[in-house]
Design a binder for this molecule. Structure first.
Ligand code: GDP
Ligand code: MG
Length: 439
């Protein structure tokens, strides 16, 4: 059985690596896909460069082609650029949390105010106040009032003849009086950015010191959305972006360029005209939409899953044979990292949580990169037999990996703890089985 597993394992890791020809071919197609999705030329180039660096020499999983593997690498890179994890609305320490909504006319600001207020009421039982500070179009105030009625949420307005800054000031007083926990300020937009608009927004910003300045941009406008984001960010310092009209036929590449250029997270996306048509922004979903190669991605995911299973089996065998070495340790850390917090994992294994050292295995992305560097600096012999790791060798490894000796020591300690833990688990299982057979 062991031989067969070894054979399978060899086949998986021996499938091949991505070479320059693979890369050139795949990247041509990917570049076209990104540009077609409205990703700016600059960002497309940068993505291409980063992916090329990462992809060259990368392993290709069994049952998929180098092309497909590259698509996956691109997808991961796009996800990374867009922030990897979903960002939420920031909350102020003291109520009210003030959210200033800005953007061009027609981008969807007023609609977004309604959508966000609805979400907060439904999910958090919030008591928001909406302030109508768009005094240039009477219809804008009515629109907000209608939304307020629908949601049963108060709207503060003073008509169109008052300075918006004054309205906001009075509206905030009202919010304090009424104990509102959120205040949304719906501001005016223009067809293009102008000084007067920015000036007004700056005055509102100075007055209110908002927790969030959310820029609302229309995803359908492509590159324009990116320019708008840059201009508003330079002038006001935005804290988040709401990307609207993603229900349209745009692939949404603006999301990528905006995040890349401004560094500001996309927080929400609008997916329709209804008040419920608001989603939290998920970078991974957006990445796959921008690439438009979802079928390939699910193929790769399946292959990855099979590969992980194989690795887990291989690991199990090594534990059984009692030769769990430092390479395996790193591989196991890698698996654990993919699965999420180790605490959770530990809880799922009966009896494990009581064992000493069980919850010590906690680390982040950066720690993991460091661990990997340390193990890479060991010789193959050392990786297979941690007993060889004398203080002198540890010093050499520390120098080689650019980490300090303490970190090397910690890693070796963690490895030994894990190794012991695994032995115990192993014996525990055996014990259990023996008992079962005895009984
Ligand atoms: P504002 O000028 O920025 O306040 O924009 P509005 O909120 O008034 O929205 C302008 C138009 O865009 C309205 O007709 C909205 O119904 C529509 N709209 C807003 N968000 C979305 C969205 O996510 N999808 C679609 N399809 N339409 C939207
Ligand atoms: Mg409006």
């Amino acid at each position: 059985l062991t031989e067969r597993l070894k054979e399978t394992f060899k086949k998986i890791s021996g499938k091949g690596r991505i070479n320059q020809t693979d890369l050139d071919n795949a990247m041509r197609e990917i570049r076209a896909a990104l540009l077609e999705a409205d990703v700016s030329l600059k960002v497309t180039r940068e993505i291409t460069r980063r992916v090329s660096e990462k992809a060259i020499g990368a392993d290709v999983l069994e049952s998929i082609t180098p092309d497909q593997q590259i698509v996956k690498i691109v997808n991961d890179e796009l996800t990374d650029v867009m922030g990897a994890e979903a960002a939420s609305l920031n909350k102020s320490k003291h109520i009210p949390t003030i959210v200033l909504m800005v953007g061009l006319q027609g981008a969807g600001k007023t609609t977004a105010v309604g959508k966000l207020a609805r979400k907060l009421v439904e999910e958090n039982n919030a008591r928001p106040l909406l302030i109508a500070a768009d005094v240039y179009r009477p219809a804008a105030i009515d629109q907000l009032k209608t939304l307020g009625k629908t949601l049963n949420v108060p709207v503060y307005d003073e008509g169109t003849d008052v300075d918006p800054v004054e309205i906001v000031k009075n509206g905030l007083e009202k919010a304090h009086e009424n104990n509102n926990d959120y205040v949304f300020i719906d501001t005016a937009g223009r067809l293009t950015i102008d000084e007067e608009l920015m000036d007004e927004l700056k005055r509102i910003k100075d007055l209110t010191q908002p927790t969030e300045i959310l820029l609302v941009v229309d995803a359908m406008t492509g590159q324009t959305a990116v320019d708008v984001a840059n201009d508003f960010n330079d002038a006001l310092g935005i804290t988040g972006v709401v990307l609207t009209k993603l229900d349209g036929d745009t692939r949404g590449g603006a999301a990528l360029s905006i995040r890349y250029d401004t560094g500001v997270p996309i927080k929400f996306v609008g997916t329709g005209e209804k008040l419920s048509d608001l989603d939290v922004f998920y970078p991974d979903r957006m990445a796959s939409r921008i690439l438009g190669m979802g079928d390939i991605l699910s193929l790769v995911e399946k292959a990855q899953h099979q590969y992980d299973e194989q690795q887990a089996q291989d690991l199990a065998r090594k534990i059984q044979e009692n030769n769990f070495d430092l390479d395996d340790f790193i591989e196991q850390m890698n698996q654990v990292q993919k699965m999420g917090p180790v605490d959770e994992l530990v809880k799922m294994v009966p009896g494990l949580s009581n064992m000493p050292g069980a919850s010590n295995i906690q680390f982040g992305d950066k720690d993991f990169a460091h661990m990997r560097a340390i193990v890479s600096s060991m010789t193959p012999d050392e990786r297979m037999d941690a007993n060889l790791l004398t203080p002198k060798r540890r010093k050499r490894i520390a120098a080689g990996s650019g980490r300090d000796v303490m970190e090397v020591n910690r890693l070796i300690k963690q490895y030994k703890q894990t190794s012991t833990l695994m032995n115990k688990m192993q014996k525990g299982n055996m014990g259990g089985m023996d008992q079962m057979f005895a009984g």
